[in-house]
Ligand binder design. Structure first.
Ligand SMILES: Cc1cc2nc3c(=O)[nH]c(=O)nc-3n(C[C@H](O)[C@H](O)[C@H](O)COP(=O)(O)O)c2cc1C
Length: 177
């Protein structure tokens, strides 16, 4: 199975980017793409959205990565999700190819745990698109970056092979010091 991560953060080298690196899949940064806000025309205005979708579609599993900004996903990630609407109206053949793919979320935030309203839009959107949502891993960055915690959160994502170990309660014995 090949997996791709799409990072949507205000900074490409911040905490969420560090989590993307720790989880270890190929990462695309939304800041490197010109994605215009949704505007109801959706008929190919020459930005990078369709090319990005085609790149994502070359993968079996799609992981969206976002920091918590005001209890929500980041602005760049919301713009990207809004643009998925184009796939329902103007580019249906592309949109249909998302069906059946596995999807996941990784996130970072200053809160100990994210509010439930953070994950719901992702889960519901994947569901609407016929994708199979596998879950979210969340990194609390309130005290900065902690390498061991970063590794543990990365490993706790269902897309990671060591997921079962990381969630079994025996991680303390297995994780590197
Ligand atoms: C604009 C903004 C809004 C934020 N809002 C929240 C929030 O509502 N809840 C929270 O727990 N952390 C919040 N934070 C903290 C970030 O989620 C946290 O520092 C995150 O790890 C930053 O990731 P980044 O380096 O990828 O931007 C906010 C940070 C910023 C810059």
């Amino acid at each position: 199975m090949n997996t791709i991560t799409l990072l949507g953060s205000a900074r490409g080298n911040g905490y969420t980017a560090a989590l993307c690196e720790a989880i270890g899949f190929k990462t695309l940064n939304l800041n490197d793409y010109q994605i215009r806000p949704y505007d109801y025309r959706g008929d190919g205005r020459g930005d990078d959205f369709l090319g990005l979708i085609e790149e994502l579609l070359r993968h079996d599993r799609i992981l969206l990565a976002s920091p918590l900004y005001w209890y929500s996903m980041s602005g760049p990630m919301k713009v990207f999700l809004d643009r998925l609407t184009d796939l329902l109206n103007h580019h249906k053949a592309l949109g249909r190819q998302l069906r059946g793919k596995a999807a996941g979320v990784i996130a970072s935030g200053g809160a100990r745990v994210p509010p439930p309203c953070f994950e719901e839009p992702f889960r519901l959107t994947f569901d609407y698109l016929g994708m199979h949502y596998q879950g979210m891993s969340y990194l609390d960055t309130s005290k900065g970056l902690d390498g061991a915690m970063l590794a543990k959160v990365a490993a706790s994502h269902p897309f990671k092979a060591d997921y079962a170990l990381a969630t079994s309660g025996n991680w303390a014995n297995a994780t590197p010091a």
